[in-house]
Design a binder for this molecule. Sequence first.
Ligand code: 9MR
Length: 565
Amino acid sequence: MELDGMRAYLRYNHVGYACCAPKHFYIAVNEGEPFEMGEDNKPLAEGLFTFSAKDIDVVSGPVFQIISEAGEVAYEGHLAYRGPCGYSGETLLVGDFSECRKPGRYKIRCGTDSHLFEISDNWLLAQLDANIKSFYYQRCGVELKPEIAGKWARPLAHIDNQLPFHYSMNREGTWNAHGGWYDAGDYGKYIVNGGVSVATLMLALELGTPAISKSLETLREEVRFELEFFLRMQDNDGGVFFKVSPERWDTFVTPTVSDHSQKRQIVGKSTASSLNFCAALAQAHRIFAASDPAFAKKCIGAAIRAYRWSLDNPDEGFPPYTEGSGPYGDARVSDEFFWARAMLFREMGQVDLQDCIEVHDQLYQDLADMPPRSDINWHDTENLGYMALALQDRDIELRERARVALEHESDKIVALAADDAYGIALRYFPWGSNGVLANFALTLLVTNTWTHKPEYVRCAYDHIDFIYGRNPVNVSFVTGSAWSSPMFPHHRISASDGIVDPIPGLLVGGINQDRQDGRKDLPYPSALPGLSYVDNQTSFASNEVAINWSAPLTASLALLCANIN
Ligand code: 9MR
């Protein structure tokens, strides 16, 4: 292959590599048209250089160096050919410096110099804590004090304790749905997305080790904040409301201005929201049983009532009213039934389920009917059920079946990733692709807790590296994580608080080849699918943040930290 004189870019994890982790960077050689660079796309331009093949050693490929902060050569290696990347129009070469393990700050030298990045285990922990903190910044209905929130402090707004019911419910009076996290860049609060997010975070609490106990304690408090809101969302009959929504979409205003400009309301009651609530609160029983038995009991009681309501109301659809908030529609609830049953089953024996639920036998059928998925989200929740069963010991046969199925899914992820130039298991970049990537990492890391397969951890790191900068748009997708991080996320709080830096620790949706926001003036860098990202506030399809994308990243970081420490 003739590379000399071609345009090339460095692709690497902009934040860092853990000491014992595999450490790869790529040189992406580009034959196509140069990317169009809008002002907001500065990071894309960084690292551009002309590849010079004059010092190619024909046997081993061109040389690269890892340079310490003091300017010394810490490592020298040879690039190897990796392969073409269809979605980015690039050909990749790879440099492996896994042997470089000494903690410090380094740069890659290969045609050009990279920015400094860390080799340390600390960056994972720092990112874990930043991610956990991002949920605190998403808190609704409370004042964020400067002592904790720093320059992102904000006053009390959106208390939501006297919400009217949506007209479709034909119901008088008001409801207290105080608290909880804002879902994303908007000011809505949605049970089905809140449920998968909080359940994913509780997985980190289940599997974390004492080595990260401080982070886990903060996470437990944060999770409780959301669960208290969940408890308020249960109606007197056991069913669970679907969402809290403003009457119209808010513009980029603060919560306080939003409060003055329009009403908020409570919407719907559905089978999906009730089951989702049931699963999350049954899991909460396990999480809080030791530290706060009274709260744990309240959670499992609420879970059982929601399950019973769902049995009586198995086809209550999601509210189709989407003015002011997202639909989060879901036509199939068998996976929510399975997830709820799996979570309830795990708590049996700990609590008296009386005549309640014939969940056990049904679980065997559920496993036969619903194989795991590659992703976890509000409409495909079966993996959360699989993980619950894989992590229990009340029924070993059930546990083994769940484990084998998850191992099969993890093997699929590894095989797909091995076939991709960037080392990720995605073949199509959907809305929230970063959330999907984080969920791949999480599935691998959860499966690793009983298989202890190094290739699962390696593959998880590849997905984490992509999220933190080793990707075709050269962006570290977590706000505040690196020089290349998004500065203009589609996030009403960040956009309206008058602070230049966005709220830190938030994962943006990332590359989305469907470009549902694809207006002509949005400066997407190229027509290629893998370049469908733009750091622009109006790009809700690629640059919004959401709790269900951050949650699997937070959980993955927790599991990686727990592995190392
Ligand atoms: O993440 C959701 C994505 O998969 C859907 O395609 C999209 C359109 O329905 O909605 C996304 O979720 C948004 C929700 O509807 C409202 N809050 C912001 C969410 C993130 O963009």
